[in-house]
Design a protein around this ligand. Structure first.
Ligand code: FAD
Ligand code: NA7
Length: 452
């Protein structure tokens, strides 16, 4: 290592990607520091080390999804002979408490791992003061400058709040808050049609809350739309209400402390409805704006993501010794395993003599709605666009999960679709499945589909 710099590697952001990258680099004997700092949400929610996935993403959402599935299973269990009291309810505080203490154990685990692997952890906000110097500021305003040979930007993203809709920034919560709410959310409006919106609405419905999803266009854009309609049909049949082609106009708090939401439908008609909670899930933005990237010559796209691919390296920015991984990287899937793998491979290339690049193709994804949707490869729409309608063959089947038989659950959204190239040995382009445990099933197929 060069003695010119204090560190071989400084990573800004201790989430999925940043932690994986910094630990791998330290394992290879390098001097590594990682900075992780959480700016509180608009509602004041804060959390510990580990990033989005651990604190306000995959982990708490999957656990709340599981809590909701258990409620459904209790209903089914009566028909399997279990003597369950007639009315079963979920205790929000208790459920949240269990989820949060698990998250806190992960925060602690990450801290211990950094220590064990000799990664220096700074609970400080990072930015570049020049191409090789990172300014770190802690919560007390204490400033430190770290010089480094290489730097990795792994700052991830945060939920967008619409500043143009009166009252939203002050009154609405986002996915940064829902998992940390001290009181039950009550009657909830979820705005947005992304997977985050639908998953949240799904577990809230399953936990017993009156839940409405408001979408302005289609749900699950970029996903296969036939599969998306199975997901939303199932939700609708199981108690989630959908307001389609609708846009919120404003929110005010009434005398009883409830939120009055005005909105407009597709025909321009205005309406008003009262909710206890409004959850905005209308997309996420990258938190690169305060890093001083333009000043040091790191190019970004128009939504503030770092453009990689320079010098033939997928994660290398326009400044050769500065890299970006995870959600902050331009046009790459925003998924935890992707960030982790890209981080590890990058550290091995930088410090371990490896040449192996990340494979971003055919990454399996699951939408953890009440009826899970697992997918690997192309949507039918993408297959038609890229291959041409005449060049693909689509195989499909409805199926009936056996566990649905005894409780007599509706199986009409349980579906398998395989998209192939034409011909006898047509390559598989996409595998889609809606049904119980879809994520676990599809991840097996993804091994067969890809080379990674
Ligand atoms: P992050 O995990 O976001 O970490 C970035 C860290 O950097 C944060 O801790 C942040 O506070 C910190 N930081 C930011 N700026 C600075 C700075 N200037 N200085 C110091 N620190 C800074 N993915 C899946 O694969 N499966 C799922 O089921 C799934 N569910 C999700 C559910 C929700 C509700 C959300 C919001 C996301 C979900 N994701 C899921 C996506 C997943 O969380 C992200 O892809 C992943 O966390 C990205 O990792 P990252 O390392 O890029 O960034
Ligand atoms: P996405 O995929 O960016 O979706 C955002 C959703 O919110 C989508 O349904 C949008 O509708 C909707 N939206 C966006 N702005 C508004 C406003 N102002 N009002 C109402 N509705 C709005 O969401 P995520 O960031 O959660 O997804 C993360 C990643 O998952 C994404 O990068 C993909 O890789 C997959 P629209 O479709 O634009 O009409």
């Amino acid at each position: 290592s060069s003695k010119k710099f204090e560190y071989d590697l400084v990573v800004i952001g201790g989430g999925s990607g940043g932690l994986a990258c910094s630990k791998e680099a330290a394992q290879l004997g390098k001097r590594v520091a990682v900075l992780d700092y959480v700016n509180p949400s608009s509602q004041g929610t804060k959390w510990g080390l580990g990033g989005t996935c651990v604190n306000v993403g995959c982990i708490p959402k999957k656990l709340m999804h599981q809590a909701a599935l258990l409620g459904h299973a209790i209903e089914d269990s009566r028909l399997y002979g279990w003597d369950v009291p007639h009315s079963v309810t979920n205790d929000w505080e208790k459920m949240c408490g269990a989820v949060q203490s698990y998250v806190k154990s992960l925060n602690w685990g990450h801290r211990v791992q950094l220590q064990d692997k000799n990664v220096e952890y700074l609970n400080s906000l990072g930015s570049f003061s020049d191409q090789h110097t990172i300014r770190a500021v802690d919560s007390k305003g204490q400033e430190r400058f770290l010089t480094t040979e290489h730097a990795v930007i792994a700052v991830g993203g945060r939920p967008t709040l619409p500043t143009q809709i009166p009252g939203m920034v002050d009154r609405a919560i986002t996915s940064d808050d829902i998992f940390w709410m001290k009181k039950p959310p009550g009657k909830t409006l979820v705005v947005g049609g992304s997977y985050i919106a639908l998953e949240s609405a799904g577990f809230l419905t399953g936990l017993g809350f009156d839940t409405t999803v408001m979408v302005r266009s289609i749900c699950l854009r970029a996903f296969d739309q036939q599969m998306a309609s199975f997901v939303t049909d199932y939700m609708e049949n199981n108690g989630t209400r959908f307001l389609r082609q609708c846009l919120p106009l404003g929110v005010v708090k009434n005398g009883e402390g409830k939120l009055e939401v005005s909105y407009q439908d597709g025909n321009g008609n205005k309406d008003l409805e009262t909710f206890d909670t409004v959850l905005m899930a209308i997309g996420r933005y990258s938190v690169t704006d305060k890093l001083n990237l333009p000043d040091i010559g790191v190019s970004m796209d128009d939504i503030g993501k770092v453009i990689g691919g320079h010098g033939g390296d997928l994660e290398r920015s326009s400044v050769p010794h500065i890299y970006a991984i995870g959600d902050v990287l331009h046009e790459r899937p925003e998924l935890t395993p992707v960030a982790i793998k890209a981080g590890r491979l990058l550290a091995r290339r930088l410090f371990g003599g490896s040449q192996i690049q990340m494979n971003y193709d055919q990454v399996a994804t699951t939408v953890f709605t009440p009826l899970e949707y697992g997918v690997v490869g192309m949507s039918e729409e993408d297959a038609v666009t890229t291959q041409g309608e005449g060049s693909i063959e689509v195989y499909h089947a409805f199926y009936a999960p056996l566990e649905y038989a005894i409780p007599g659950r509706d199986v009409s959204q349980c579906y398998i679709k395989v998209i192939c190239e034409n011909g006898d040995d047509g390559r598989v382009l996409g595998i889609h499945l809606t049904g119980p445990n879809a994520g676990e099933i599809v991840q097996g197929f993804s091994v067969a589909m890809g080379d990674g």
